[in-house]
Design a protein around this ligand. Sequence first.
Ligand code: URA
Length: 241
Amino acid sequence: MGDIVRLQKYIAMSGAASRRGAEQLIEEGRVKVNGELIREQGVKVEIGCDTVELDGVVLKIKDKKIYIALNKPVGYVTTVKDQFDRPTVMDLVKREIHTRVFPVGRLDYETEGLLLMTNDGDWANKVTHPKFESSKKYYAVLKGVLTINSLNKIRRGIYLDGRKTAPAECEILEIENNMTLVEITIHEGRNRQVRRMFEAVGNPVKALKRESIGIVELGNLPEGRWRYLTSSEISYFDKKK
Ligand code: URA
């Protein structure tokens, strides 16, 4: 069921007139709801259900575009619905976001960190399309000590499913207790790419967190919480060729 609003608000939301202007249009007998001429103010209509016409032209209300950054915790699936009924990222936003948004790309169930969500399909395409090469930065804890030789292989590219990964930036941040903490930035989004790359050099990933996508950073957003993107974060991806 869509939101129920007063007719003058509906007309204003469609962009056809201001709310005042809409009242005038109704008074002038130029507005119909479901084919019926309406002259009184205050009639209620349901968005997405009732048909409102002005001078015989149907008025449409565009979905407000929403762009958010979520700090996904481990243990949530990046789908709208899970076949095994596990918690989904939708559970983390649905209390406050009443428009249908969907995840942009995905993070594994056991991966945490930055996940973008939107209801703007064109924008989502730009963020995820390989030709736009949005950079994605991760922190990964690896089993064992990553050798310089393996580090260079990761940087140059690794064959996964017979296709080499694009060059990646990778730095070792810390080695402790037979584990290596690395920062890695990739420019593709192949399935379980980071995990498979390190597995291929013999250092399986024990923990993985996405820190940024393009200029959008996780920053100090608490786990399980979300924020709206700023207009420059949104347009960063629009400007990509
Ligand atoms: N690479 C992975 O292996 N997993 C993710 O969730 C994201 C990138």
